[in-house]
Design a binder for this molecule. Sequence first.
Ligand SMILES: [Zn+2]
Length: 73
Amino acid sequence: MLLSIRATFVLGFSAGLLLLSGCEQQKPAATTPAAPAAPAAQVRYECPMGCAGSQSSKPGKCPVCEMELVKKS
Ligand SMILES: [Zn+2]
């Protein structure tokens, strides 16, 4: 008699824990805002000689004439 009461209590307690943990897993996904993308996408670099295919999204050297790429707005 006592054992069965304890068993049902433990079962109910663990079921409650499962429900609680299930709720906690759903909260962060719902409240996390989408992170804004890095603003680096607007800056473009291009060869000062205007070589074809020299445009890049990050500083470097022109693959055609190997001059330093300049920032374009
Ligand atoms: Zn070039």
